[in-house]
Each structure stands twice: as structure tokens, then as C-alpha cells.
Design a protein. Sequence first.
Length: 457
Amino acid sequence: LTGIMLLIGRFIIIRLAHVTLPVESWETSERAVYYAIIYLGILMAFFSMLRRYKAGILWSKSLTSRFVRKMSYLSHKQSFKGRLILSSILYAAVNAALVLLIRFVRERVYLDELVINLLTGAILFALVLFNLWVFYLLFRHAVEMDRFVDAVGRLSSGETSYKIDVSDLDPQEQALAEGLNNISAGLETALQEQVKSERLKADLITNVSHDIKTPLTSIINYVDLIKRENITDPKVRGYLEVLDQKSQRLKTLTEDLVEASKVSSGNVRLEMMPLNIVALVQQTDGEFEDRMEARHLELILHSPEEKLMVLADGRSLFRVLENVYNNVCKYALTGSRVYVDILREKASMPALQAAAEHTEDGAVTVADKAVFTIKNISASQLNVSPEELTERFVRGDVSRTTEGSGLGLSIAKSLTELMHGTFDIIIDGDLFKIRIAFDIYEEMPAPTEESEEATDE
């Protein structure tokens, strides 16, 4: 409206002034007309804004609001790429329009120098405000992207309960955030269902095993009582031996099943203490010597003379070794050799570098490893992966002609990891290798009298 009044003033009122007034009064009359028009325009704009403000429609009915709503509607229909292109065009157009307006005011508007400077300053101020507003939008978008990156990082690290606050996001970013929240909710639900399923499975195994164990104990006891009787019939004695063997095997399977359930759920009480793994392996070798000889297996042990101390639970570590040796006795090729090695492995450079990245000063010490390996040639072809062999109820003997529950290696791996060790299986053709590693436990030297005196000083 102010622009229309300026045009009318320039082409009509000033023309009339030129006709009715002498030449020497033209400049004064032109200034008076411009000032009057500007004053009236400002006055009319002020009262119009005041009226709209009182009616509560100052922003909603303005041309700027309509333009913003229209552009917002168009931008929401676009993809991220389309919004970027549209925003770039609008940004360049608004900046170009304001710069051209400044040039027009400076070159085409014939007003007092003070008025022109004020108009130029106002346009420059609007230009600065517009660019600050664009910077705010870009900064807000960057903050939203950081929130998305943080949310994805938390979800990938296992924090499935994390949710993004969508209340202050733009519609498209809000849709993206709601999608991430739905993924988070789905993962959380799946995790809870898995935990619930594992708990129910463990409870079922425990209850069923307990129900089986009671009558099984009675069967074993009655078999033992019958064996004490003077039975002369060899056929009956043979039946009795089979019954005794199968009941003992069923007892072992039941115990393995309960232990596997406890170990997989972490419901195992460990008493961690320093142990000499070299002595424990040598003891296990002695206990399995007869079984190895019965299978015509030659056991070859390479162990250091020094002690290799590890921090572990004695009963659980022996259980790990026992399961590993049992596996060799069952599945190794008859008449072959079994190699057992124990060694001290120095910390690798990648491990040192990885540990140094998590320290502020980069100074870090990584413990050496006590590594136990056992190698044998498999009697049957290994058509399963190492990962499958450590799953429950999976056996390398696909034909299942040997006795076993398929739980031994699974229990050994779970117990090793509970004691902060590593359990790896390597298969190379018919060569079967198990590698178990623990951090070397270094005992701190006791303080001497001289060091205590130096500390006191």
C-alpha cells in the first residue's frame, strides 16, 4: 500500500504541483509530498497492525504468513533433496531481492539523504535478520541430525530403550524420529521376549530335570541293590549292566542339561582366584591318560617350566578342560596323536593400540595371555562350522554313533567367557583345534622396608 501511494505521489500529485507551483518551489513541494506520503503510509501501517493485533490475526492474516505457509506446504511435499534445492533458490532470491531493493533506493528514490540512509539501513537490517534466521534453521537442522546420529549410536550399542523426543522436530524429521523410535520399541520388545523365553526355557529345563532326577535316583539305587544280590544267570547280569550304564548316562545328561541352562543364563557362582593353569592341565592329562590309551591316542604335551597364573574359578576351569578332553576322547581318530600346548603369548600391537585409544595419556599396559591349545585329527568328516559346534545339542558326529549330549563344548565356551577368557575352535580339513586364552595374572610384589621408608620420607 505504501508503494502504491509513492507511485501515485510521484506521477500524479507531483505533476499537479509542477503545473500549479512556480519552478523554484518544485523541489520543496516534492520533498513535502514524499514526507507526507511516508508519514501517512507509516501511520496507516501502524493502525492496520494495531487493528489486526487486537483482533488476534496480526500474523495469521499477513502476506508473510501466507507465503511461509505456502512454502512450508510445498516443502513438506518434497524429499530432502527437493527441500534443499527449493530452500537454496529461495535463499538466493530473497538476498538478491534485498540487494536490488537497496540499489533501487540509492539510485531511483529521490529523497533526502537522511531518509535514503534510513531506508537503506532498514533494508540492510532486514537482510542481516534474514541471514541470521537462515543460520538458525541450519543450526537447528544440524542439532537434529546430531540427535539422530546419537540415537543410532545408542541403538547399535544395545540401548534399545532409548527414544527421541519428537515434540520440537519438523514434520519430516519427526517422521524419521518416529521410525527410529518404532525400531527401538521393536528391538526392546524382541529383547524382552527373548529374555522371557530364555527364562521360561531355563525354568522348564530345571523343573523337568528335577522331576526326572528323583525317579532316576531311585532307579540307580535299586539297580545297585539288585547288583548286590547273588544273581547267577549271565543273561540277567548282562541286562543289569546295560540298565546300570544307561541310568548313569541318563543321570549325566540330566546334570549336563541343568548346568548348560545355568551357564547360558549366567546363573553360576564363581570364586575367582589365582590358578596355575600349567599344573591344572598336567593334572587333567593324568586323569585322561587311561582313556586316551584305550582309544590308542598318543598324548603329546608341551608346557613351560614356569608357572602361568590366571584368575579363574578352579572348579569351572577344570570343567572346561574336562569337556575339551572328553571331546577328544570321543571324536579323535583312533591311533592318532593329540597335541596339547601351553604357552605365554605376548600382547599384540593391535591390542596395545586399541587399549591406548581408551586412555587419556595413551599410557597403557595390556596383560600377556596364557594360551592352551589342543589339536587332534577327527575320526569323521567335519561338515559343521566352529560356531555351530559351540551351540547346544550340536555334535560333530552327525550319525550320533558315539555317546554324548552335544552340550560339552557349549558349556566349556560359556564358562570360559564367564571367567573373562576366550574360547575358539579352528577347523582345517580334518584337523580340529581348540584354543583357550586367559590374561596372565601378575601378583603385585609385597612392599619392602626400604620402599616403605622412602614412601614415609
